[in-house]
Ligand binder design. Structure first.
Ligand code: PXG
Length: 285
């Protein structure tokens, strides 16, 4: 028995959930997506994800083929149809069927796909011992090229950096912008802790406006931490007491080595562990 997949205006069996080879999502990576968690049967930060999808679509002049409330309803129906209590939702809007030319305006109707499935998590051991990462030589997309705030179906920028990580037997890489400042990891935002002050690069440094990032910043502030947005250089990573990443899949995970240099004690530090525990409490309440 396969999954039930939402295709445009109704549920389809996984075996029948197919897109055209002329879909510009496939031909050009022309489309947008979201990755969303389900915790205890509840869609986490549902409005924020729907809003970001619409904003991404707006930025590429793609019309989402439904309104926000209806889309939320489709998401819930897909979660229920697959009986997902704790899992992962992938929401995709492609440009739809067109011709072999680039012109997106020929595509008459965006293609909506919603997948609700189990989630592939990092092993628990990595939350206890932390991730080792490298600095990618691949720079984050220039904001005047493909703005990194757009969660587009074209992830080649991040994939090239991910390949560098894999080549070093690592799971993540840090991406820098064209000015040399830290942007984010390939699929997660980044935070640095120095003398208990928490810093994350501003979105203008070339990061996705992460929803986990926003929640973690709020939880940290509510718990008395000094949280700020500021540009970070590679040296600030080497000199950090702690580094952690945030994202829908990873939640909050410590980084214990950057480019062969141990960070802090070489284990996820107290602030990282505290914020992971606060985030878990918040999401599983
Ligand atoms: N930066 C990038 C480039 C991302 O793709 C984040 C930051 C974190 O954003 P959120 O809103 O999730 O806190 C992302 C999100 C996966 C996966 O399967 C990756 C993401 C989201 C969901 C699943 O690796 N990346």
């Amino acid at each position: 028995m396969g999954l039930k997949i939402w295709m445009n205006d109704g549920l389809a069996d996984e075996a029948d959930a197919k897109v055209s080879v002329f879909d510009h999502g496939l031909l050009y990576g022309d489309g947008v997506f979201e990755g969303i968690r389900v915790y205890n049967g509840k869609v986490f930060e549902h409005d924020a994800h729907i809003n970001r999808l619409f904003t991404s679509a707006h930025a590429i002049r793609l019309k989402v083929p439904t309104d926000k409330e209806t889309l939320k309803n489709y998401v819930r129906q897909t979660v229920d149809a697959n009986n997902i209590k704790n899992g992962y939702i992938r929401l995709i809007v492609t440009r739809g069927v067109g011709t072999l030319g680039l012109n997106p305006l020929i595509c008459k109707q965006g293609q909506l796909i919603i997948i609700a499935d189990k989630i592939q998590l990092y092993p628990q051991e990595l939350y206890e011992n932390g991730l080792r990462v490298i600095s990618a030589s691949t720079l984050r997309n220039h904001p005047q090229s493909v703005p990194p705030q757009i969660k587009s179906l074209n992830y080649l920028n991040n994939i090239l950096a991910k390949i560098e990580a894999i080549d070093h037997n690592m799971l993540e890489a840090i991406m820098y912008n064209h000015e040399g400042f830290v942007a984010e990891a390939t699929g997660d935002n980044i935070f640095v802790v120095k003398e208990r002050k928490i810093t994350t690069p501003p979105i203008s440094a070339g990061s996705l406006d992460g929803i986990t990032r926003k929640v973690v910043m709020r939880l940290a502030k509510e718990n008395g931490y000094d949280v700020r947005e500021a540009n970070l250089a590679r040296y600030d990573l080497y000199d950090a007491d702690e580094i952690f990443l945030t994202g829908t899949a990873a939640e909050v995970i410590g980084v214990v080595e950057v480019d062969g240099r141990p960070i802090g004690s070489g284990k996820p530090g107290p602030v990282t562990r505290d914020l992971l525990s606060k985030f878990e409490q918040y999401t599983r309440q």
